[in-house]
Design a protein around this ligand. Structure first.
Ligand SMILES: Cc1ncc(COP(=O)(O)O)c(C=O)c1O
Ligand SMILES: [Zn+2]
Length: 422
């Protein structure tokens, strides 16, 4: 644990020792960045020490994480991360792009990006000897916490809006968490969870509140760094200078803003260690009906004004994003931007990705919808190397998936009926 030095507030820059605070800055409520002892990590490790590890999961980056691996090998908690990257050749052609890939986070143990955060928070909770972890969730963070907790026998309580998609609620229940459905929005569930955690002494995992979630999410940046180094070396002969003329551009969907902040933190960690040759450009994608962070970005302010969120993409439907300031900075500091997409554009993206074998939930497909828009508005150039992140599985929200495609015909069980149909 020697590498975990403490926290620094993202707003007032006050530094805190590890046991001085638990969640946000006591002075101004700012999100806390975990501070690692970069000098000692640098003195002790070379990138090769990590790249040569056999563990394909996010635990291969243990030297850069502020926790120890929890006991109980070979459980789903030890399988989070290590998600595949696919080349999207036909979609690239359609969009007039040359270098397009997709990192598929639906391949995580509970089928969303959130397993990364929950694995690290459960590890932290075990170190703190917390009896109960609680979280508010639109569904995925809860499913991830429930799943990762079940894997190591940790008790979990999940507060979700009663409107959460059935598949996500089913996951919560199947993983044996105590599930409480709140007759209100995600934001209502969030506030209630914080109050309940304080009242009952539970450890709170809330996104954009607990500093360890971003530490889990940053492992996606480590994987992107590792993949990009290898891909860049392998494909340089094929694509030549085209790969070098622009930095890697990463598209990610944004709700509370913690995934994008976590990814930014991962790249910043690598930069601080001197291991990242070039900072990627990070582009955040929000639903038009839930665009508080995009509004702040384009208004050139760090003041996040809440909206009354309404979008089919339930996972990114947030009135008041809890990690908004860092999320604005993730794009601003990397030369990226924010793009908003309509529900129809999200549904089209689900269908398009489906046709190349990727099944995304609305929030996951939103990132691709953002690229479609960005490729026609000059946000990306045809030679730019681009990586889109699908953050969650289409199986999480079947109702949305069914509305993205035409329904199947029903016929009599006869050959005539087949002929008539064809
Ligand atoms: C599938 C999916 N995509 C994107 C997000 C957005 O992440 P964040 O709220 O950290 O911005 C979430 C969060 O719940 C999610 O579940
Ligand atoms: Zn502060």
């Amino acid at each position: 644990m020697g590498k975990f030095l403490g926290y620094i507030c993202s707003l007032c820059r006050t530094e805190y020792a590890p046991d001085e605070v638990t969640y946000t800055c006591p002075k101004d409520g700012g999100n806390l960045d975990v501070v690692l002892d970069y000098d000692s990590i640098k003195a002790k490790y070379q990138p090769e020490d990590i790249l040569s590890r056999h563990d394909p999961s996010l635990w291969r980056y243990l030297p850069l994480l502020p926790v120890q691996v929890p006991p109980g090998d070979s459980t789903p908690l030890h399988a989070a991360g290590g998600t595949p990257v696919f080349k999207l050749t036909s979609l690239a052609e359609k969009l007039g792009l040359q270098n397009l890939w997709l990192k598929d986070e639906s391949k995580n143990p509970t089928a969303s990006f959130k397993d990364r955060a929950s694995a690290i928070v459960v590890a932290r909770a075990q170190e703190l000897k917390s009896k109960i972890i609680v979280t508010a969730s639109t569904g995925n963070a809860g499913a991830a916490l429930a799943g990762m907790s079940a894997a190591v026998g940790q008790k979990a309580i999940i507060f979700a809006p009663r409107s959460a998609p059935q598949a996500k609620v089913a996951q919560l229940l199947i993983f044996g968490a105590k599930v409480i459905l709140v007759d209100g929005t995600y934001d209502d569930a969030f506030d209630l969870t914080v109050k309940a955690a304080n009242e009952f002494g539970w450890y709170c995992r809330n996104t954009g509140y607990n500093p360890f979630t971003a530490e889990g999410k940053k492992t996606a940046a480590f994987e992107i760094w590792e993949w990009w180094q290898e891909a860049h070396a392998n494909w340089h002969d094929e694509f030549g200078e085209g790969l070098d003329h622009a930095p890697l551009t990463v598209f990610v969907s944004v709700g509370d803003g913690n995934i994008i902040s976590g990814i930014h933190k991962g790249f910043k960690d690598l930069l601080q260690l001197g291991w990242l040759p070039r900072m990627p450009r990070i582009i955040g994608v929000q639903a038009e009906g839930s665009a508080a962070i995009s509004n702040a970005f384009h208004g050139n302010t760090e003041t996040i004004t809440p909206v009354s969120a309404k979008t089919i993409a339930d996972s990114i439907s947030v009135d008041l994003p809890r990690d908004g300031v860092r999320a604005v900075r993730a794009s601003k500091e990397t030369g990226g931007t924010y793009i908003t997409v309509s529900d129809d554009e999200i549904l089209n993206a689900i269908a398009e990705l489906g046709r190349v074998g990727v099944f995304a939930e609305p929030a996951g497909a939103a990132a691709y919808a953002g690229l479609v828009k960005g490729s026609t508005t000059g946000v990306v150039g045809s030679e730019d190397p681009i990586l889109v992140i699908n953050t969650g599985s289409g199986l999480k929200d079947i109702r949305a998936a069914m509305s993205a495609v035409e329904s199947a015909p029903i016929i009599e069980p006869t050959l005539e009926a087949v002929k008539k149909l064809l």
